[in-house]
Write a protein that binds this ligand. Structure first.
Ligand code: FES
Length: 95
């Protein structure tokens, strides 16, 4: 199992390894902001406070959207197109 914590609400959920971040966030009880669910609009961007190494690697598509939003991919990810592979990840929701 993996663990996702979402700030500033500071709520956590244990989820199966490989769970999509939006679904994991909803398991934690947070309504995750999202639009396209398809890695193209950028609405779902969130700051990764810790555990970046436990997320799936970004696709070129995700990197392009983060660039459009002027978000550093070493600190921000799109939650709709990312999975928590293992371990613990802490996100700060909102822009
Ligand atoms: S919801 Fe559109 S990029 Fe994630």
């Amino acid at each position: 199992m993996a663990k996702l914590t979402i700030l500033p609400a500071n709520v956590s959920a244990e989820v199966p390894d490989g769970e999509n971040l939006i679904e994991a966030g909803e398991t934690a009880g947070v309504e995750m902001e999202a639009g396209c669910f398809n890695c193209s609009c950028g609405t779902c961007v969130a700051e990764v406070v810790s555990g970046m190494e436990n997320l799936s690697d970004p696709t070129d598509e995700e990197l392009d959207v983060l660039d459009q939003w002027n978000k550093d991919p070493e600190k921000f990810r799109l939650t709709c197109c990312n999975r928590i592979l293992k371990g613990e990840v802490v996100l700060r929701a909102g822009h």
